[in-house]
Design a protein around this ligand. Structure first.
Ligand code: UD1
Ligand code: CA
Length: 454
């Protein structure tokens, strides 16, 4: 049985922000949300977030997350003082307490599970996560005897020059047998460089305490400034991209690509440079995305190609080619084997299979049948200044270049619209429609005019 407490009361001065540090976003999620998700697989009995600096902002931002409790630390007197605030809330609790820092967002759930497992198997009073860092500056240093039993944790600011040489650091992640911790918490002293009550002092006052090294020290990176925030994003992105490459996806130039963790890719997808995949996007096998494309919350079928285009909240069936320079603004359904070409904008539109919208068009609130050809420059006039209206186009219908389709409008099947037509009434099946004025031709007019004006 485990209760989780997340330390999130500090301000995060080095972020130089009006926003509390733990609410800063990393790959779409706040730091503290990421910490929470890393404990989810353990199914904690309770999740307690310790808030203080801008407490109400932090609470509001986390409102939608289920089963959270907030405990307030009204003045921030240190990490030990923060955990002291739990005493009235955990009276009589006999299980373990897992303490996490709200600014350590890259932890893997397996790392935490392993820590808890060792803690419980060895029946430790406390078990802490440690790492050997190439540059341990700023972190608390952990001193153990030969068997990984922790003897001392010294904060960077309290270290002697010799102690600073120790590269084994405290990650700020701890499992405690709560009953043991509760006994020592009230007696912490603030006699240190920062005049704070350190949680690390409580650690060495219980026994036995074991240190467990994390394999990949990138996991325990703490975010204290914007540089570290960007560094964490890079680590996160590398994790995601490496995972997809291992699963059979080609990413031509990984450094120029971003992929949200929520995206799903199938083998033999090719991601060209400068491409960004976001949200619930799924891309099926054989498709090539990019260069220069943004796809958000969209499903892309097999063998689709998308170049220099933006696709939001849409579904594209297999064998379709999109771009360059198409914008699918949302609620767009494209059938199989379609062609969406240069400078085409689609919104709330469904295209039947083998339909082409190849050049310079806007279709809004439109539904087409199959094998429709939308000529260059065809525009649906779907807005009358007050309301949006639908356009329906039957199978095999072709609109000529520069047609204007004034909605609400229904064109039947096998309709041909002549170039330059403005269509404002429904057209039955199997018709040619020419809706342009007859030209008025005046032979000799120009030379006559010239002579008059001499
Ligand atoms: C802490 C550890 C250090 C460890 C490092 C790992 C202590 C004394 N030191 O140092 O050994 O190497 O984390 O990242 O614990 N917080 C509160 N209330 C407070 C103070 C802090 O809730 O009164 C929260 C902060 O919001 C933050 C977390 O505790 O989420 C850590 O605080 P921070 O000041 O960043 O501690 P470090 O100096 O990094
Ligand atoms: Ca920190």
């Amino acid at each position: 049985m485990v209760v989780v407490a997340i330390l999130a009361a500090g301000r995060g001065t080095r972020m130089k922000s009006s926003q509390p540090k733990v609410l800063h976003k990393l790959g779409g999620l706040s730091l503290v949300e990421r910490v929470l998700y890393s404990v989810e697989p353990m199914q904690p009995k309770r999740r307690i977030v310790i808030v203080g600096y801008q407490a109400s902002e932090v609470k509001t931002a986390m409102q939608s997350l289920p089963n959270l409790e907030f405990v307030e630390q009204t003045t921030q007197l240190g990490t030990g003082h923060a955990i002291q605030q739990l005493l009235p809330h955990l009276q009589g609790y006999e299980g373990d307490l897992l303490v996490l820092n709200g600014d350590v967002p890259l932890l893997r759930p397996e790392t935490l599970k392993n820590l808890l497992q060792i803690h419980q198997d060895k029946q430790n009073a406390a078990t802490i996560l440690t790492a050997y860092l190439p540059d341990p500056k700023g972190y608390g240093r952990v001193f153990c005897n030969g068997e990984n039993f922790v003897q001392q944790i010294v904060e960077d600011k309290d270290c002697t020059a010799a102690q600073k040489q120790n590269r084994r650091i405290n990650a700020g992640i701890y499992c405690f047998r709560w009953q043991d911790l509760a006994l020592v918490l009230p007696h912490l002293q603030a006699n240190n460089a920062q005049k704070e009550y350190y949680l690390t002092d409580a650690v060495t006052q219980v026994s036995p305490v074991m240190a467990v090294d994390v394999e990949d020290h990138q996991e325990i990176l703490g975010i204290n400034d914007r540089l570290q925030l960007a560094g964490a994003y890079e680590i996160l992105q590398n994790r995601v991209k490496n995972q997809w490459m291992a699963a059979g996806v080609t990413i031509i130039d990984p450094a120029s690509v971003t992929i949200d963790e929520t995206v799903k890719l199938h083998p033999d997808v090719i991601i060209e440079p400068q491409t960004h995949l976001r949200g619930s996007t799924i891309i099926h096998t054989g498709s090539t995305i990019g260069p220069g494309s943004l796809i958000e919350n969209s499903q892309i079928g097999e063998n689709v190609s998308v170049q220099f285009s933006v696709i939001i909240n849409s579904n594209i069936s297999s064998g379709t080619r999109i771009g360059p320079y198409a914008h699918l603004r949302g609620q767009v359904e494209v059938g199989e084997g379609c062609r969406i070409g240069n400078f085409v904008e689609l919104k709330n539109t469904t295209l039947g299979g083998k339909t082409n919208v190849a050049h310079l068009s806007y279709l809004g609130d439109t539904t087409t049948g199959t094998k429709v050809n939308i000529g260059a420059g065809t525009i649906t006039a779907n807005y009358d200044g007050f309301k949006k209206h639908p356009t329906k186009i039957g199978d095999n219908t072709k609109t000529g270049s520069n047609s204007v389709l004034v909605a609400p409008l229904t064109l039947g099947s096998d309709v041909y619209i002549a170039a330059g037509s403005t269509i404002a009434q429904d057209i039955p099946d199997d018709c040619l429609v020419i809706a342009r004025s007859q030209p008025v031709i005046k032979p000799g007019w120009v030379s006559k005019k010239r002579d008059e004006n001499k």
